[in-house]
Design a protein around this ligand. Structure first.
Ligand code: NAP
Length: 479
């Protein structure tokens, strides 16, 4: 077990109160680390440090910022296994997911480096003999609040782009995975990021997070987490008239039409529903299948689920590790039991040992079940039968969420009809809903999100656009 400190103004410090909390390994309940339990005073210190550093950082050239991000990328690349180990031990990531997340983040840092020089203003035709143009400028201090499920990737997605756009940052990592947040601070300190440009404060979201969101020095709050938390952040930031972006929950559909290659559809569904124990915002949470192939698909998916190894995530053969905490186990089990009580057929799974929930396949799911409506965040595959693509669309759109979706079909007309009409921020044809690339517009509609992350979309969210004009000669005034 290691004792960690927070990172404020370029220094490693304890919380003002001196209090700490335990970071638990979800696989074995052991204390993995102790971490400072910050409060509003620590949030204030971090905001002061970020605010003091923001003018100088804003003046750095795009090239200097790019160089630093490239250095952070190559440093992370040389320490992949060390970072993966943290993701496994405090987050319950299986080895493959941890390695995917770390290598993806190397690419993300590099992409943010490239984007430093790609924030392009425009010239605009003027009817008033002016040179008229837009320029992008840094916002100031960005407050980044991140979740536990992909804590390295999702934190760095915010931090790297905030830095690329010339902002300073205060990061509040999840209390389930605080160490990875502190490792991010250490990574940037190791590449000589100036003091105060990145600060990491650990502690309860309701205390530290709320203090950061309401701080007058925060120019943007960028949040990823549950919809209920996002709504609270929107209320607080809205009252202060602050800019905010929200990446929130999902209940993503995977639509499988009758012409699909059933074995491919089974692989896509299993990956989408069970990867990281279904704890991905874009996880497949509703599988909507055309009637002629629904039963064969369900049986084959159940057979595949039974082959997946449920075990300690350190074991290389493990596919299903632990859920993040006991409350999450109860949420998943409650939804499965509710579905069975309302008539769903449990084909496999439906039970757990400790925090290890067996991959679960449910057929004959209907729209009145909790598992159809509420985000599950567990290894469950609820299957609904529909008669055609029109009914599939209706069922898919019958949700308050709208993050990502997948469609498996080779019928181009039907694929296009679904892509254009699905109420979701992202649609992946012939794939599951789980897909991301660092430079693409990631985000949702409805209660899944406000704003987009990725490449130039992040750069725009993290910048202020300013309209500048220069008058040629003298303007004629009416008086
Ligand atoms: P969460 O409970 O909402 O927590 C997210 C972050 O918000 C944590 O750092 C948390 O701190 C902090 N927080 C909690 N209450 C707060 C408050 N009142 N004010 C300010 N900050 C507060 O979410 P989670 O359980 O970590 O993550 C899982 C959720 O994230 C799922 O719903 C998933 O769908 C969503 N997610 C969305 C995306 C996306 O891109 N759309 C990606 C990944 C995950 P503490 O940990 O200290 O409470």
């Amino acid at each position: 077990m290691t004792n960690y400190q927070m990172f404020i103004g370029g220094e490693w410090v304890d919380s003002v109160s001196g209090e700490t909390f335990s970071d638990i390994n979800p696989a074995n309940d052991e204390v993995y680390a102790t971490v400072p339990k910050g409060d509003a005073r620590d949030a204030d210190r971090a905001m002061a440090a970020a605010y003091a550093a923001c003018r100088d950082w804003a003046k750095t050239s795009a090239g200097e910022r790019a160089k630093l991000l490239y250095k952070a990328s190559s440093t992370l690349e040389s320490r992949l296994e060390e970072f993966a180990e943290v993701l496994i031990s405090e987050g319950g990531s299986m080895f493959g997911k941890a390695m995917f997340e770390t290598t993806y983040t190397v690419d993300l840092l590099h992409t943010a480096g490239e984007d430093c020089r790609r924030i392009l203003g425009e010239t605009i035709p003027s009817d008033h003999d002016k040179l008229s143009m837009t320029i992008y400028q840094p916002l100031g201090v960005v407050v980044a609040i991140s979740p536990w499920n992909f804590p390295l990737l999702l934190s760095i997605n915010k931090v790297a782009y905030a830095l690329a756009a010339g902002n300073t940052v205060v990061l509040k990592p999840s209390s389930e995975t605080p160490v990875i947040g502190l490792k991010i601070a250490e990574l940037f300190a190791s590449v000589d990021l100036p003091p105060g440009v990145l600060n990491v404060v650990t502690g309860p979201g309701g205390v530290v997070g709320e203090a950061l969101v309401q701080d007058d020095r925060a120019a943007l709050v960028t949040f990823t987490g549950e919809t209920v938390t996002g709504r609270r952040i929107a209320e607080l930031a809205g009252t202060k008239l602050k800019k905010y972006t929200l990446e929130m929950g999902g209940k993503d559909p995977l639509i499988i039409l009758a012409d699909a290659d059933i074995d491919y559809a089974v692989d896509a569904a299993a990956f989408g529903a069970f990867m990281h124990q279904g704890q991905i915002c874009m996880s497949v949470e509703r599988i909507i299948v055309e009637e002629p192939i629904a039963e064969e698909f369900a049986q084959k998916l159940a057979a595949k689920a039974e082959t997946l190894t449920v075990a300690d995530p350190h074991q290389p053969t493990t596919v299903i590790g632990p859920l993040i905490n006991d409350q999450q186990v109860q949420t998943v089990h409650d939804q499965v039991q509710d579905a069975v009580a309302k008539g769903a057929r449990l084909l496999t799974g439906g039970s757990f040992e400790g925090r290890f929930y067996k991959p679960t396949v449910l057929a004959d799911v209907t729209t009145d079940m909790k598992i159809f409506r509420e985000e599950t965040f567990g290894p469950t595959a609820p299957i609904l039968k529909v008669k055609d693509e029109k009914e599939a669309l209706e069922v898919a759109n019958d949700s308050t969420y709208g993050l990502s979706s997948g469609v498996i079909t080779n019928d181009l007309q039907k694929a296009l009809f679904l892509a254009e009409n699905l109420e979701s921020g992202m649609v992946h044809i012939n794939d599951s809903s789980v897909h991301d690339e660092p430079y693409c517009p990631f985000g949702g509609c409805k209660e899944s999100g406000l704003g987009r992350e990725g490449g130039r979309h992040s750069m725009e969210e993290m910048s202020e656009i300013k309209w500048v004009t220069i008058q040629r000669g003298k303007r004629h005034y009416p008086f």
